[in-house]
Design a protein around this ligand. Sequence first.
Ligand code: MF3
Ligand code: CO
Length: 290
Amino acid sequence: MHFLNRNNPCWCGSGVKYKKCHYDFDQKLARCRLQGCIIPARNMIKTPSQIEAIRESAKVNIAVLDYVAEHIRAGVTTEEIDQWVCRQTARHHAVPAPLHYEGFPKSVCTSINEVVCHGIPSPDVVLKDGDIVNVDCSTNLNGYYSDSSRMFCIGDVSPEKKKLVEVTKECMELGLKEVKPWAFMGDMSQAVNDHARAHGYRVVRDIGGHGVGLEFHEEPWVSYVAPRGTEMILAPGMMFTIEPMINMGTEEVYVDEDDNWTVYTEDGKPSAQWEIQVLVTEDGCEVISY
Ligand code: MF3
Ligand code: CO
């Protein structure tokens, strides 16, 4: 039998004695597990120094998205957006995380109208008046990862599509409000799903969010349709994305057979997505990247 002595240094690397650091935390999680809850593994709990390094990565990610926001307009190709992201990320001595990730060929995802996510930038795709587009940026700085995305309305967008973009942002914000220690991941998911459905929209079920920070995609997988009181217990130090994909029509999606990346809505109706990276803290949460 091996006990972690309460007077030994804590497993988190703080240098503080276990009993003064994560001891109560571990006790609390153990009680949650006895009650049948899903609890995070230790490697999902970020240490203060890791959090600091991830914040630095996120500063770059936010700056890159700010640059996109300033320059995006009708007439720009998604290839140009890719070049902006590539250059701006490099200017900050970081690397775009999507590039060559599981074979992804570009530095950013650009998903227009009925494209749900993972759109591949191309010189043939020109942004036009009335488009809604998601630009999804992810940064690797010194091996630490950040990930967030924003929607942009190009020129004169129809009221229906504008509303989809706005409600999707509200879904993300309402989900965020549920993120606090010892709540359930499902509390966040249901807040997202309820708001989308109240507007007649459907939340994509087949693609979720993810833990992030030490890897681009970590555990846990994050659903936006799970019910309140289900899924993983949220513990301080966990970091994950809130990135619901909300469809104007059916929630069904399919992947492009030729490029194996681009995800479309089954019915061809528009889809929107906003993504933030959030840290669970002792007294609530902190938005790390947006
Ligand atoms: N940035 C996307 C996300 O939010 C992941 C894209 S995978 C890639 O999780 F390879 F396409 F970059
Ligand atoms: Co993500």
